[in-house]
Every structure is written in C-alpha cells, then in structure tokens.
Design a protein around this ligand. Sequence first.
Ligand SMILES: [Zn+2]
Length: 333
Amino acid sequence: MKAFIEGMPKAELHVHLEGTLEPEHIFALAKRNDIELAYATPEAVTAAYDFHDLPSFLTIYYAAMNVLRKEEDFYELTYQYFEKAAQNNVVYVEPFFDPQGHTSRGVEFETVISGIHRAQIDAEAKLGVESKLIMCFLRDMSAESAMEHLELSLPFKDWIVGVGLDSDERDNPPAKFAEVFAKARGEGFKLTMHCDVNQQNTHDHIRECLDLIEVDRIDHGVNALEDESLLQDIADRGIGLTVCPVSNRFVVQSLTSNEIRTMLDKGIKATVNSDDPAYFRAYMNENFIALTEEGDFSKDELVQLSRNAFDIAWLPEDRRQHYLDQLQAYANT
Ligand SMILES: [Zn+2]
C-alpha cells in the first residue's frame, strides 16, 4: 500500500508555503540575513514544535517566518517545497501564501510574490510540477488590511488563481471579510476559506462560507459532518473540502479517518493535504500513509481521494482531464 501511495499521481490543494519552511532552512536564512534566532540548532527548533491547538502553532509559525526577507528567500522556500512535491509524486499544487505575514514586517508585496512566481515557473520546467497560487488573508488582522492587500495584488492578478482566509479563527468569522471576498470574486478570483477543526462557532462559520461568501471550496471543514444541513449543501453544491490528516491530529488526536470515510460514502469531495508539512513533519505521502494505517483505506478509496483533488482543482478542463487520465491509467495498472 505504501508503494501504491508513493507512485500515485496527486494534487495538493492545501499547503501554506510558509508552513514548508524546514528548520535547517530557517538557520541558513537567519545566517544569510544576519538574524539572531532564539534556538541554537535546527533540532532545538523541532523540539519546540509542541502544538496542541491553533494559537500555540501560530506563535511559533510567525516567529520563524521572520527569516524570510529577500526575493531569493521566497524563491528558495517555494522551490524547495516543489522538490518535496516532486519526490511525493504531487504533480499539481495550489499553494497558499500569506502576504500580510511579510508586509507587516516591512517586506514588500512584490518581493514576496516575485520570488514565489519565479520558483513556480522553474518548478514546472525542471521538476514537472504545475501550480497555481492562492493568496490568503490573515483573519486576525482587519478587513481593511485584507482589502489593501487585495488592491496590492491586482497588478499581479495573472499570477494568482484565488484567495483564501487563514490564521486565528476565534472571533474572526467569514462575515468579517464579506466585502473583501465579494471584490475578489468580482476580480475573477476563486474563493476558499479555512474552517479549522473544532473552532468556536464552527457550524456558523461553515454556514457563512456557504451562503454569505459563496465559497468554491472550504479548507478543513471537517465539523460539517456534525450538521446534516451543512453536509447536504456541501454535497449538493459539489464543494470540495481540503482535509489535512496529520495536521488534524495535533488538535483532535485523530487523523480524522472515520470522518474522511464518511465524506467519501456521502459523495463529498474530500481530499488529503499536508497543510504545514515542515511543522507537522509530514508531506503528502506521509499524510496518505498515516491515514491509511489508521483508517485501513482501500486502493479504490485512495484513488478516489486523489481524483477528488483533481476534480475540485482550479484548472482549465483540458488540464484537469490530463491529470484524471494519468491517475486512471495508474489505477488500472
Ligand atoms: Zn491551513
């Protein structure tokens, strides 16, 4: 089963580029940019990864991001993730980036997106990994700041396929960003939002995503299973859920394999993703393998999970079909 997973063509739709920053790279960048770190070694950084909820993770996550300063830093970060993606047989990616995590430290928006974009081009040419970028707003910052960043992104509109919403969900409901997302929709962007696992008012947040924001996808969204009307609407509208098994384990002590199986049984477009793989110490294959060990998924179910990702990807139809054919050919061997 492990070999089957490793060889399977996959799409990744929920990975934060800042969450792919490996401890060794934090040290290399700190040295190059002359930044002092609170830890003596990469091992000490990893040892500090003691997450039990979203805020405890975010504290360490934002501190590490501080080493990213120059265009080449963002290039390296992104290209190194794509190398991991290629090793995992991830053939298509829609990565997230959080511009406010950088502009708030004085790094220009253009510096961030130029480095990422250049790495995307090189990864497609050299590694055969295609990608389309999603810009996320930090929900614990103001709606005005999100709107400013949407404006900043417009000159680079062709480099971005959609917008998302992440960071601390407490007291930061989707409705806070209704105007920003309406404008993003008007600009032609696809829409997604995080509804992290077991957050306060999570059912209300999922409902707002569906009815007020009219999202195309929901990131995580596992708690929709507890509410029949939410589940029905998600199924009827064909809205994909980007689930992150190993990431979920830090919050709910489970890889949510039962939940993912229920979604498959109900025809929900559930997908498997790595979220912040450098922090949760698991890239795509490790997520699939851990999930299969917990939930005993069949090859057909694994192929369905991968097919769902291509189905809900923001790809032109010919590219989507290309990948679906590739997956089907693999499943038939
Ligand atoms: Zn996420």
